[in-house]
Design a protein around this ligand. Structure first.
Ligand code: DAH
Length: 360
């Protein structure tokens, strides 16, 4: 370049001189940038340096402006130098960057070291509610002799809950104090027996059905909860008798509580069965010797049962001379209390984990 200056010792020399200066300045910038890139302690600082040299306000933008002012014969030389310098610096930058990145990753890994052999946080596992456990067990026992499940609505027409079951309007169970009325003609079902009616109206006998579910009565103390559970059983067939009822229920409680139990029927009254009975079994806690659970009687009540009242069958369009049926309705809480020795019925609804965990 200096040679060219000698050959053209006119005004051009000034520009040429300027070019050499610019080139020298370029060298200085490169040297400085090399030092800055190499000395940057981390990727962030390195990036700041990159902005300093290559950013909008950076040294290279300034060099571009210089180039704009150069004469056409110097532009290619200077341009080439600038480009090559830039490429070298970019290569250096990239090399530094990947080196710093891996250094930083190594420090982070060392600081955040995980002990993968540590056991994870313990996850508590859910379990079935005792009421569900009993419902499932009752279903499983009775499904072995041909019963299958039907579900009915919890908000029930009063015809289904009462009339169709032969419960007249003046019957005490209709009392406003016992029944939750939703409106003039709908109640929260007070028992699972209305599922008998739905089934009789919708299906053709012979039938063996079980209807578990929530029922509601306006009642609350140690042994009564406004929302409790029942399971209803119904069999409709030809030539059904009390012997079938007794055989079915003996099989059932022996499977549920143990084969050494005794069973008994006590005459009772339900509008939808005729005859009706209360069904008891010898106390599974004391084997009939007498304890707190059986109030020292040796017997515990399981629920009501009977042969379906012909009036109920006729309501559903069945001829009682051709078809007969047996039915039973048991309180699930009652069975759970006996099975698990629970003292207070309210525990079933309190969701106290100390209570529920005992059934895991
Ligand atoms: N529904 C009766 C109640 O809630 C229980 C009952 C008794 C159901 C006798 C029956 C039955 O199916 O035959 O008190």
């Amino acid at each position: 370049m200096r040679l060219r200056a000698i050959f053209q010792p006119d005004q051009r020399e000034f520009v040429t001189m300027a070019l050499t200066e610019h080139l020298a300045r370029l060298k200085e910038i490169e040297a400085q940038a090399q030092a800055d890139f190499t000395n940057a302690p981390g990727t962030k600082e390195l990036y700041d340096q990159k902005v300093r040299y290559f950013g909008k306000q950076g040294s290279f933008s300034e060099l571009m402006r210089v180039m704009g002012k150069l004469g056409p014969e110097d532009k290619p030389t200077f341009g080439k130098e600038v480009n090559e310098t830039k490429q070298r610096l970019e290569a250096l930058y990239n090399q530094q960057e990947s080196q710093l990145k891996s250094q930083e990753m190594a420090t982070r890994l060392a600081q955040e070291a995980l002990d993968l052999s540590l056991p994870g946080p313990e996850r508590s596992q859910g379990s079935r509610h005792p009421i569900s456990l009993v419902i499932n067990e009752v279903i499983s026992i009775l499904s072995r002799i041909g019963y299958s499940v039907r579900l009915g609505p919890q908000i029930e027409g009063d015809w289904f809950n009462f009339e169709a079951l032969n419960i007249p309007p003046d019957h005490p169970s209709r009392d406003l104090q016992d029944t939750f009325y939703v409106d003039d003609h709908h109640v929260l079902r007070t028992h699972t027996s209305p599922v008998q009616i739905h089934t009789l109206l919708n299906e053709i006998p012979p039938l063996r059905v079980l209807a578990p579910g929530s029922v509601f009565r306006c009642d609350s103390d140690v042994s009564h909860s406004p929302n409790f559970h029942q399971i209803e059983g119904m069999l409709v067939d030809r030539k059904v008798s009390m012997a079938d009822l007794k055989g079915t229920l003996s099989y059932f409680v022996k499977e549920l509580f143990g084969s050494s139990l005794k069973v008994r029927f006590r005459p009772s009254f339900f509008p939808f069965t005729e005859p009706s009975a209360e069904f008891d079994c010898s106390c599974p806690i004391c084997q009939g010797k007498g304890c707190r659970m059986c109030k020292h009687s040796g017997w515990v009540e399981i629920g009501g049962c009977g042969l379906i009242n012909p009036k109920v069958l006729m309501q559903a369009g069945l001829d009682p001379l051709e078809w007969q049926g047996l039915a039973f309705g048991f309180g699930i809480e009652r069975m759970a209390i006996i099975k698990y020795g629970v003292q207070d019925i309210r525990l079933f609804n309190e969701n106290d984990l100390r209570f529920l965990r005992q059934f895991e």
